[in-house]
Design a protein around this ligand. Structure first.
Ligand code: PGA
Length: 253
């Protein structure tokens, strides 16, 4: 059974109205495979979400970069899952390493966020990944399994979750994991899911890779059997995002 290729473009805390308009214009005019081949989701900062959603071609979708862990209320500066649903924002990115490290979001907190977002009808791109120290200590699988377990413990099913493996040492460094390194973790993770969640989820859940994906390395990474797409940071702000989307065609051969 095929897992549809998934490309997320995380703009992080970047962009102006003019830049957003330009990026969306490029995407709308790009020659890329249709929705039957690749699911494309772009994630601008909250303030540009509605603007980008209104401009984007209907083949492309939008994701928020965060949402509050429970129902909204007296939480200054937060945005609730209910608000995203109200604005017809289908996706949200949760658990990126920047929030885990800088804002000290724990595995349990991320698990709670994923569960709450799903309960409100959002689809979730859940991020996991190890530090360089953890990789060098040989604990990569233990770390990503622990992060995945904290999510699995809180959610009823994985139908609306895409799991993004993003080694922290590869994010924003220009030093992507090699296709073999990424494939190894994806295969291990899929096996972990098989053994600890279910055989069915192991086959159906999309495991995407993030960390210095660009227009050049995306094809070889996409060719790996357990890589079902990408979460792209810096390159999602540039023209090469179109090349990354086109890497989806590698799977069709
Ligand atoms: P990068 O970011 O592509 O800029 O390395 C990846 C990410 O954090 O999703």
């Amino acid at each position: 059974m095929g897992r549809k290729f998934f490309i997320g473009g995380n703009w992080k805390c970047n962009g102006t109205t003019e830049e957003a308009k330009k990026i969306v214009g490029t995407l709308n005019e790009a020659n890329v495979p249709g929705e039957d081949i690749v699911e494309v989701v772009v994630s601008p900062p909250f303030v540009f979400l509605s603007f980008v959603k209104a401009l984007l071609h209907s083949n492309f979708h939008v994701a928020a970069q965060n949402c509050w862990v429970h129902k909204g209320g007296a939480y200054t500066g937060e945005v609730s899952a209910e608000m995203l649903v109200n604005l017809d924002i289908p996706w949200v990115i949760l658990g990126p390493s920047e929030r885990r490290l800088l804002l000290e979001e724990s595995n349990e907190f991320v698990g709670d966020k994923v569960a709450y977002a799903l309960s409100q009808g959002l689809k979730v791109i859940a991020c996991i990944g190890e530090t360089l120290e953890q990789r060098e200590a040989g604990t990569t699988l233990a770390v990503v399994a622990e992060q995945t377990k904290a999510i699995a413990a809180k959610i009823p099913d994985w139908d609306n979750v895409v799991l993004a493996y993003e080694p922290i040492w590869a994010i924003g460094t220009g030093k992507a994991a090699t296709p073999a390194q990424a494939q190894e973790v994806h295969a291990d993770l899929r096996k972990w899911i098989h053994d600890n969640v279910s055989a069915e989820v192991a086959v159906t859940v999309r495991l995407i890779y993030g960390g210095s994906v660009n227009g050049t390395n995306s094809k070889e990474l996409a060719a790996q059997p357990d890589i079902d797409g990408f979460l792209v940071g810096r390159a999602s702000l540039k023209l090469e995002f179109v090349d990354i989307i086109n890497a989806a065609t590698v799977k069709k051969n």
